[in-house]
Design a protein around this ligand. Structure first.
Ligand code: HAM
Length: 423
């Protein structure tokens, strides 16, 4: 016997009925972005490897350990995108999107790839909804981006999450902090690898999971204390803007994002009902990224929200909507003449906007009614020779079993009366 194939280890897959939830979550998370004028962008899932090594940064786990990199047939080094921002910036520069109206406001949804150790909520292929607002550095835009994520979670019914925010300041503030931080780190006796990491980006050490490093870093100088007056004012404006629209947050000065391009406002949404993988989304401002990738010196801000983890969070909170697949009518034809008529009727009703299914195969009534039940349809009709002759059917409400005699020509109106759709 041939061995059965299995999906690669650590990927998340969605099939019915859960795939309905996946689509619902993605669409709902995108909807506040639409309300703020963001437009879609579709990009390749593979890019030149250097885009990520330069853009995301070599000190990060993502670049140093987790990229799916391979040589294509032309000998080019290609990487499956581990995140979306670098690719969006590449496209903005390549297609001169930054030469028009600013900010450029884009949203995307799709799979991302990181060769991580798989566990609950951590996958090697996972999904994000993301937005990027590029070209203008304005604290109100920072607040808009954060509000879009927050509104998306709330629309899905999530409550048990906390928004952490901090500011990495402008380059003057970061440089001042870096001098003291590097000096502090030099006073610690670190192994060679950690030291090398710290040389690339000393902030990384705040993110180190090892207890001894965490302890050593507990007394390290904090960037927030080094913000110059402009950066401080900017961060205060972001906080005031969030307060003004009732978005609660906690300032977390020790938060370090997993990607190197961040500057200014950074944030993370952490869900209380998830275990170790509690980050349901995060993002921030990136001042230097566009220039590093060969573009203009323009700032941007964005986020990535993990669809897989948002679904787990909804399950943890018990806020999964009951009705994610909706069918108005299920038609059960009996006999060959009725099959012709059912096919035509289903098509007609669909063009009116109803969701209509019918049973296929020459099924006996019992089997066909089971299919009607399973479809979750609100109503069903049986269409046999007698119904065709009389021109009337029994419109049966599946939940109650109640039936109503209606003429075939009046079916659309009868359905409209009872269903969501008003003709
Ligand atoms: P990130 O924090 O690396 O940011 O990822 C964003 C979200 O993707 C995380 O909060 C998490 O929910 C989800 N995620 C990340 N890795 C995994 C995984 N292995 N399995 C399941 N979910 C995962 C970014 O990717 C940035 N590009 C966000 C951004 C956009 N910053 C500015 N613009």
């Amino acid at each position: 016997m041939t061995a059965k194939f299995q999906a690669p280890k650590g990927v998340s897959e969605y099939f019915p009925p859960r795939s309905n939830l996946f689509e619902h979550v993605a669409r709902t998370l995108i909807s506040p972005a639409l309300a703020s004028g963001y437009e879609p962008i579709e990009l390749p899932i593979f890019e030149d490897t250097e885009l990520f090594t330069r853009g995301v940064g070599e000190s990060t786990d993502v670049v140093s350990k987790e990229m799916y990199t391979f040589e294509d047939r032309g000998g080019r080094s290609i990487t499956l995108r581990p995140e979306g921002t670098a690719g969006v910036m590449r496209a903005v520069i390549e297609h001169n999107l930054d030469r028009g109206q600013l900010p450029v406001k884009l949203y995307y949804k799709g799979p991302f790839f990181r060769a991580e150790r798989p566990q609950a909520g951590r996958y090697r292929q996972f999904y994000q909804v993301g937005i990027e607002a590029i070209g203008i550095n304005d604290p109100y835009l920072d607040a808009e981006v954060i509000a879009i994520a927050y509104d998306g979670y709330r629309k899905l019914g999530l409550k048990e999450f906390v928004l952490h925010i901090t500011s990495l300041g402008d380059s003057e503030s970061r440089n001042a902090h870096r001098v003291d931080l590097v000096q502090y780190i030099q006073s610690l006796h670190l192994d060679e690898e950690t030291q090398k990491r710290a040389e690339k980006n000393p902030l990384r050490l705040f993110d180190d999971k090892r207890a001894e490093i965490q302890k050593a870093m507990s007394k390290a100088p904090i960037l927030l204390d080094y913000l110059n007056s402009e950066s401080r004012e900017n961060f205060a404006t972001v906080q005031n803007a969030l307060n003004s629209i009732g978005i609660p947050f906690e300032v977390n000065p020790r938060m370090v994002r997993g990607l190197d391009y961040y500057t200014g406002t950074t944030f993370e949404f952490v869900h209380r009902g998830l275990g170790a993988q509690s980050g349901i989304g995060g993002g921030g401002r990136y001042d230097g990224l566009m220039e590093v990738l060969g573009g203009q010196e323009l700032s941007g801000i964005g986020f990535g929200l993990g669809i897989d983890r948002v679904i787990l969070a909804m399950e943890a909170e018990g806020v999964i909507p009951a009705e994610l697949k909706y069918t108005d009518l299920f038609i059960v034809p009996l006999g060959s003449q009725a099959r012709d008529a059912a096919f035509l009727l289903a098509h007609e009703l669909r063009t009116h906007g109803f969701v209509v299914e019918q049973s296929y195969g020459d099924r006996a009534l019992k089997g066909a009614m089971k299919a009607a039940d399973k479809s979750g349809a609100r109503f069903s009709i049986v269409l046999g020779d007698a119904e065709l002759a009389s021109g009337t059917v029994e419109l049966k409400e599946m939940a109650t079993g109640e039936a109503l005699s209606v003429t075939l020509s009046g079916l659309a109106n009868a359905l409209a009366e009872k269903s969501r759709l008003r003709l």
